[in-house]
Ligand binder design. Sequence first.
Ligand code: ADP
Ligand code: 5GP
Length: 186
Amino acid sequence: MGKLVIFSAPSGSGKTTIVRELLKRFPRFEFSISATSRQPRGQEQNGVDYYFLTHEEFRARVERDEFVEWEEVYAGTCYGTLRSEMERIWSKGNIIVFDVDVMGGINLKSLFKDDACSIFIMPPSVEELERRLRGRGTDAEEVIRKRIDKAEFELSKSSQFDYTVINDDLAVAVEEAASIIENFLK
Ligand code: ADP
Ligand code: 5GP
């Protein structure tokens, strides 16, 4: 078994932006491509951003116990980590990087313990979170509302992570996350 780094945050905190920067810095990092039952958004591609499954396919894979963890992150939309995805990355000797929801992050940490480093990305405020979600311009108003409604609950779980990084100034947040990871990999 290899190592894994987990990033969780309320949607819009800047987790994907930070993870992208870190993937450039750490050559052995490989992003865990999750499966989801939602539709592709913007330029997203199947097998690159997510494995896009129909609701029926997702459910069938749950029944076959193919997921390490999965969550119905938003009502009617499921996301999960396939066992085959973790094996694919570890078989190359790489370190798995996860971008999962808060409950998924807590579950992965409790499964993999000291082999896992869990980092919570905190937005400066809920108002700023809302601004970023709207600024991203990828989600319908109803989707944005669902995400903001969930944020308070997610923020209340930050203490269950190994580290919290506040994403106010992006460059500072990336440096902070990079130094946490360097320590973990030592
Ligand atoms: P998440 O993956 O957590 O949902 P994203 O990485 O998609 O969030 O970021 C949401 C939006 O906020 C994007 O438009 C991104 O460019 C922007 N963003 C990310 N970090 C910052 C920051 N530190 N300051 C201002 N805007 C940011
Ligand atoms: P989005 O729809 O913005 O891509 O992602 C919505 C949420 O689902 C994010 O919080 C993201 O971290 C989470 N997510 C993505 N993949 C997984 C996964 O495999 N497991 C869990 N539990 N959450 C995931």
